[in-house]
Design a protein around this ligand. Structure first.
Ligand code: PLP
Length: 237
């Protein structure tokens, strides 16, 4: 069951206030943090809510689910950007490149090659983020931070890809305090890695996609430019 639009708008207002509150002590402009509505498991109308509220994009973690919803949204929502935030297998790279505006989960040289080939077929430059396991979480996808330079080198070598930046998911802890500590460490690691890679490769990597419902304030404090929020916008899945 999808909540009413009015309830969604109240929740989105509250999240924007949380983003602004986290920006203030860091001296950041809240306009530099985009709120990506994570619509996975919710109906296509959830994406229509995001568009109606004025959000620029939605995140889906499964290729097929995203494609089906994108085909169902209202005409007024056609300007929404669809971003893939879930693990992508190479055999689905072609579909993903055709139907998503950006792939946030590029995590291996092999996948980059497949995405590049698919982007060439579609005839456009495909924006990607490199997903890094910056919290060293054994349960999470994403490249090992030590492999990030090689991954970026592989990405920059692909003619049909545009590398916008990095993405990560922080590991959960056994307690809220432990989860917060993991998040702080993970986000600081990703930020530092981005700064190092940008300098070393002479490429800006402006996008830092980090922070979800539970840890978005910590992510913004650490420099996030995009928080990916599902639960706080649409309720529990
Ligand atoms: C589901 C998901 C989110 C949103 O998580 P919430 O805790 O519901 O805000 C963000 N990022 C990724 C990669 C996800 O899979």
């Amino acid at each position: 069951m999808l909540i009413a639009y009015e309830e969604f708008a109240r929740r989105a207002d509250a999240i924007r206030a949380r983003i602004a509150a986290a920006c203030a002590p860091a001296g950041r402009d809240p306009a530099t943090v985009q709120l990506l509505a994570v619509t996975k498991t919710h109906p296509a109308a959830a994406a229509d809510y995001a568009a109606r509220y004025g959000l620029r994009g939605v995140g889906e973690n499964r290729v097929q689910e995203g494609i089906e919803k994108r085909a169902q949204i209202a005409a007024a929502s056609s300007g929404l950007r669809w971003e893939l935030i879930g693990h992508l297998q190479s055999n689905k790279a072609k579909l993903a490149a055709r139907h998503f505006d950006r792939i946030q989960s590029a995590d291996s040289p092999k996948l980059l090659v497949h995405l590049d080939r698919a982007a060439a077929e579609v005839g456009r430059a495909l924006p990607v983020l490199l997903q890094i396991n910056a919290g060293d979480d054994p349960a999470k996808f994403g490249a090992d931070p030590a492999d990030a330079p090689a991954l970026l080198e592989a990405a920059l070598a692909q003619k049909n890809l545009r590398v916008d930046g990095l993405m990560t998911i922080a590991p959960l802890g056994a307690t809220p305090a432990e989860t917060a500590a993991h998040a702080e460490r993970t986000f600081a690691n990703l930020r530092r890695l981005r700064d190092e890679l940008a300098t070393r490769f002479g490429t800006p990597l402006p996008e830092l996609s980090m922070g979800m419902t539970g840890d978005l304030a910590l992510a913004v404090a650490a420099g996030s430019t995009m928080v990916r929020v599902g639960t706080a916008l649409f309720g529990a899945r």
